[in-house]
Design a protein around this ligand. Sequence first.
Ligand code: DGL
Length: 303
Amino acid sequence: MQIPHGGIAFFDSGIGGLTVLSACEKYFDDGVFYYYGDNKHAPYGNLSPKKIRRYVFRAFKTFQRLRVRAAVLACNTATAVCVEELRKKYDFPIIGAEPAVCTAASKGGKILVLATRATCESERFQTLCKRAQKLFPEADICIRSCEKLAGAIERNLYKNTFDYTAYLPDEYADAVVLGCTHYIYIVEQIKAFYGCPVYHGNEGIARRLFAVTDKKTDKNHKEKPCDEKSRDGRPPKAVFRKNLGRLTTFCKRQVKRQKNVNKRLRLKGQKSLKNDKTSTLFFLGNTRENNEKVYKQMFVNNE
Ligand code: DGL
């Protein structure tokens, strides 16, 4: 039995994108999902853009073979380095991870944006921060690169009492923006350390994914090449309105939902997880077992 084609793919350097996957899954009652974490090369944050590109494009080759209907670049670093190139090359919608800088800056005050070195040095990220600064001049946007934080999270996730504060810039902030999906695992520790609101973009990614993915199409549907606007995660208005209605219904259903894994399948050496909705999740790549383990431990109840 083969892995079914036409699902929704998620990519990250490692475990960070699982936080995105978990946020997105809640918007769907069924469907096929793939998760590709490249833990072998993680963290990406201190690698050269050239290397990052090479690894990301390798994963996307697999996505192309699976004829995915959409892909989520659940990695701020990969988004910052190569989302535009990926969109040029592939004809399925690609949703990137964008730090919630504008949301935080709209409240004013000192905004500490934490991200990897590669993200901080990227033109895309710097343009975003400049745009936010211009839009909200009452905010003071401070970019801080956390060189070792993502790696420390990747290594110490299961140590509940691990203290990450040594990896955080020690300064005052009115709000903190998490510009790396790995940091979301330690959001409570970051909140406690800075004593201020902490923003991240996972819900925004989930809403964009839901909006660009027309639920009327079945699992095997292959997304038609879409215009620049919809590739950017902004769907044509009609689709967005239609899906927004469904979104409310889905959210209501979500309250009742129990995320109870009741079946496990083994297909061609690849594992899939099936839950009580009818979605199925496949882990891809060399380190799929590691990511499946983290996913089950962190995001699946009643195991
Ligand atoms: N989780 C990734 C991000 O959002 C990458 C972190 C890393 O590998 O350095 O940036």
